[in-house]
Design a protein around this ligand. Structure first.
Ligand code: MIC
Ligand code: SF4
Length: 655
């Protein structure tokens, strides 16, 4: 039987296991990336593991999420990260050089290679045939030290593209259509592999908009084959030798197949406050718009911003609306500036931000209360923009610019008809990506050869091995689709404590219940209870580490998001799946006891655990974990586990 493209790449990198869906596999990682808000823990853990040199072909440290450096704590983090990159042998991309996914795509991503990144949108370069996966920082640290990365072999689902996008429909609308059909949990345990004649109608940056937002489906990754467009794009970014032809075997068998006829795609928009709340733009037309932002790792490249510049040439942003461009990379800004487009946009009333994540996580450009913001980003989880009860819509640059011109949501096709002289700007690539490389410090140019830690950079707390007896209150009962933004928000006031876990923990779940952290500390133990898809969104391991620090011992949920579940194992928290009836019956405050000898049961492979509630009724919790995950959990987390193994054998940390 032939192989899918995903299977081919995994096979080339397989170090353990079989490519059977649901089975755990270990793969070798060629490249890693990390960024400023997850990177500090990555390097602190790399250090704690006793590792002293990057072992992967390439490692890159970006400073992109919080580049305004409002507080010395952010700047200290950046200085520490530069020193870590220098000390251990990684590329360092200076603050303001751009968002990790954009800069990595433009400078390092290569077809056929594996990439592991401590950011959930790491799958972005799947658009050029790289198998890229997001994970918690500890997994990145281990991979960077030469260890394998373990995942459950996903189901490979074909997304067959036919036809060609009509005028005003874009790649963003393709992935919004996927979200409309499949929902934010439709991709859990899956890799989406794009095939079919429609593929060749999309350029690499259009493909990477689709693969970037595959994360919002909950997917492990998304990937496109390579072709003339990939070759052409790699030439434009000055890396023609990185091209490799990659296609699935003709007789490849997919677990499932979805067909999208591109010619049926129309401008779509995700309404507040979930990326799968997708409707045709026409359905919400007429809604007044206060803010428009074009940018982010989804649509922040030069060719994503160019349509806005073309649409606004000779026009002005409506008086009711503020429009901001947040470029994905400084290279995009530099090229737009050199070609005069920045001046055109500024003359139209547009403001430019640094090339940073910024507004995407509520750092700057926080919307006004009761206002509408249209963004070309990938997430619109409630409160993520920096204000509770926000109203953030997600759309393409064309739909966003049309709204900026009209001052209200409008389908660009209708605006074009109304204005008479507004043409579809199309999607145009630059002849060459000509931005300077001044902000990338190569490992052999390193400025530092020792770690520089400011006062806000603490140690990573360790947990004791799992107890035989787990008992405590249901500290908090939550709904479906709780995001890691709920668990540890990423807004500026909180983000600056990412390297200081005791302080950061004070904000745990504050967006759901601001008394949670105090109650958890006082109770010294207990459980979280949640519905479906608990922990979707960001890869931030802080969302497991902080509850662990507060004494939480386990999470009882109807289902878990992939990266977060791995993070729960990595920090020694027991993730038990419960059914809908048990979820309904458990009340916040109930006394929960796991009746079995938990440590022993976890190690021995037991799958069903008896949950005793209020000493009154019992239910079953299921532990879906590999033998490796069970050992990690029982040892009190991956750091403790790898260190123990390392000490035992004196071998490199490759668990
Ligand atoms: C996000 O988009 O939520 C983030 C901020 O990029 C996170 C990483 C983080 O929390 O630092 C992600 O996607 O993993
Ligand atoms: Fe940055 Fe937003 Fe992309 Fe996350 S989703 S990497 S915060 S731009």
């Amino acid at each position: 039987m032939g192989q899918t493209l995903t299977e081919q790449i995994l096979d080339d990198h397989l170090v353990e296991g079989d490519l059977e869906p649901g089975e755990e596999i270990g793969i070798e990682i060629d490249q890693v990336l990390t960024q400023d808000t997850t990177g500090t823990l990555v390097w602190l853990q790399f250090e704690a593991l006793g590792l002293d040199e990057v072992q992967t072909e390439l490692a890159a440290q970006y400073c992109d999420h919080q580049t305004y450096q409002f507080d010395f704590k952010n700047t200290d983090d950046h200085r520490f990260l530069r020193s870590a990159a220098g000390t251990f042998g990684a590329y360092f991309s200076r603050p303001g050089n751009g968002i990790c996914h954009n800069v990595h795509k433009e400078n390092f991503a290569a077809p056929g290679k594996t990439l592991l990144g401590s950011d959930s949108h790491t799958p972005t370069p799947g658009g050029l045939g790289q198998l890229a996966i997001g994970s918690g920082g500890l997994d990145v640290a281990v991979a960077m030290g030469g260890g394998a990365y373990y995942i459950e072999m996903p189901e490979v689902v074909e997304v067959r593209l036919e036809g060609e996008l009509p005028e005003w429909a874009t790649a963003k609308d393709v992935i919004l259509e996927m979200l409309r059909r499949l929902s934010v949990k439709g991709g859990v345990g899956k890799i989406f592999e794009y095939t079919g004649p429609g593929v060749e109608t999309l350029s690499v940056p259009e493909r990477t908009t689709i693969t970037n937002m595959g994360t919002e489906l909950g997917a492990t990754s998304s990937i496109f084959p390579t072709d003339e467009n990939t070759k052409d794009w790699l030439e434009r970014v000055g890396r023609p030798d990185d091209y490799e032809e990659l296609t699935p075997d003709e007789d490849a068998e997919y677990h499932d197949s979805i067909t999208i006829d591109l010619s049926d795609i129309e401008p779509l928009i995700a309404k507040p406050s979930m990326p799968d709340n997708v409707v045709p733009v026409r359905e919400v037309a007429g809604e007044s718009v206060d803010q428009v932002i074009i940018g982010s790792c989804t649509n922040g490249g030069y060719p994503d911003i160019l349509p806005a510049a073309k649409m606004l040439e000779g026009r002005e942003v409506d008086m009711r609306t503020e429009m901001i461009i947040a470029p994905g990379s400084k290279q995009a800004s530099e090229m737009l500036a050199r070609e005069g487009w920045t001046a055109e946009l500024m003359a139209a009333g547009v403001n430019f931000s640094e090339a940073t994540c910024g507004a995407c996580i509520g750092i700057g450009h926080v919307p006004a209360s009761d206002s509408v913001s249209l963004r070309t980003f990938n997430r619109n989880f409630e409160g993520r923009s920096g204000i509770e009860d926000d109203s953030v819509y997600l759309c393409s640059p064309e739909v966003a610019t049309a709204a900026a011109i009209a001052g209200e949501i409008v389908d660009p096709r209708d605006l074009a008809e109304e204005l008479g002289d507004l043409e579809d700007p199309g999607f145009e690539l630059p002849d060459k990506y000509t931005g300077s490389k001044a902000d990338i410090i190569e490992p052999d140019e390193a400025v530092d050869d020792d770690l520089v830690k400011g006062p806000n950079i603490g140690d990573v707390p360790l947990k004791d091995p799992l107890d035989a007896h787990l008992e405590g209150p249901a500290l908090l009962k939550m709904d479906d689709n709780i995001t890691t933004d709920h668990i540890i928000p990423a807004t500026q006031d909180i983000l600056m404590y990412r390297s200081n876990i005791p302080k950061l923990s004070e904000f745990t779940l504050s967006r759901v219940d601001d008394s949670f952290a105090d109650r958890a500390l006082e109770s010294d133990g207990g459980f979280l209870v949640a519905g479906e898809n608990y922990g979707q969104g960001s890869s931030r391991e802080h969302a497991a580490l902080c509850p662990m620090y507060l004494g939480v011992e386990g999470v009882l949920a109807q289902s878990f998001a992939r990266i977060h579940k791995a993070n729960l194992f990595n920090f020694g928290l027991l993730p038990l799946e419960i059914d809908a009836e048990t979820y309904e019956r458990i009340e916040q405050g109930d006394d929960i006891e796991i009746v079995d000898d938990v440590a022993e049961a976890v190690r021995s492979g037991q799958e069903e655990f008896t949950i005793r509630v209020n000493d009154d009724w019992e239910a079953t919790g299921y532990l879906d974990a590999s033998a490796r995950e069970r050992e990690i959990l029982a040892d009190g987390g991956k750091l403790a586990h790898v260190k123990a193994k390392h000490e035992e054998s004196g071998a490199p940390a490759d668990d």
